[in-house]
Ligand binder design. Structure first.
Ligand code: ZN
Length: 264
């Protein structure tokens, strides 16, 4: 089976080494680079909203934490006020019992009142312990609030920084994309239509439309090429397709050995 060939009418280009390459090949290699650059820039632009969203999630978590600690502090204060008013109630009871004790007739009545006073005093002690506990808890909450507020501040700064960076990089990438798209349009205009059509068809199915040949292998599909195909590819002066993957093949320009080493 002979390799498929399409020879375009384009004038061959001249590489730096003075080595002649088919103009379409040169342009396709550049087109591939241009397409890769476009993909890279688009991917870079796309990462920023994701990064900002990730930090925003963290930021919202810190905000929620601040609110949670504030709410818990408020609840603690409310509970403390409740206990304090309960202490007042108990104290009022005690003074009422003490007043009543002045007018009791029997020892049993007196004892009963004394017991009530003891109950109320115990209740007050219990409430005071609870208040103390709440006060200690409030101190912990104060520190906790300071920590989460600090975290929130840091995350707010980070998100602003990230957004600013996103704005700058996106603006730079978009300017670069504009230039690259213009170059892409130029390249597509100068490549012969048949070659371009083939390149794009293979690109669509395989992710790339052109591949380099190395050591007799198509680096696009990693399949060894037939000697006859390799021979054509090595000229870099005709459009040759890989039998296996249909990518357009080219060969790296051969390294020109200095004359002193040519004897080997
Ligand atoms: Zn191939």
């Amino acid at each position: 089976m002979k390799p498929e060939k399409v020879t375009s009418g384009c004038a061959p280009g001249l590489l730096n080494s003075g080595y002649l390459m088919h103009a379409d090949l040169e342009h396709l290699i550049e087109l591939q680079d241009v397409d890769a650059a476009i993909a890279r820039l688009n991917a870079e632009i796309a990462t920023f909203p994701k990064r900002v969203a990730a930090i925003e999630t963290k930021l919202n978590r810190a905000k929620a934490q601040v609110e949670q600690v504030k709410a818990a502090t408020k609840a603690g204060e409310q509970a403390k006020r409740g206990y304090e008013s309960e202490i007042q109630t108990q104290q009022q009871k005690i003074s009422k019992y003490k007043d009543q004790s002045l007018n009791v007739k029997t020892n049993a009545e007196y004892k009963a009142l004394l017991q009530e006073v003891n109950f109320a005093e115990d209740a007050i002690k219990g409430l005071e312990d609870k208040i103390l506990e709440l006060m200690m808890d409030a101190d912990t909450k104060k520190d906790e609030l300071k920590a989460v507020e600090l975290e929130l501040k840091a995350e707010t700064a980070e998100i602003e920084h990230e957004k600013e960076q996103a704005r700058q990089v996106t603006a730079r990438d978009e300017a670069e994309l504009k230039t690259i798209h213009a170059r892409r349009d130029e390249l597509r205009k100068v490549i012969s239509p048949d070659t371009l059509q083939h390149y794009e068809r293979v690109l669509k199915f395989r992710g790339s439309g052109i591949a380099v040949e190395k050591n007799g292998m198509c680096m696009g599909c990693r399949v060894y090429l037939r000697p006859q195909v390799i021979q054509h590819v090595h000229t870099n002066n005709e459009i040759v397709f890989c039998d296996q993957c249909q990518r357009i093949l080219y060969s790296e320009p051969p390294a020109i050995a200095p004359p002193s080493e040519a004897s080997a």
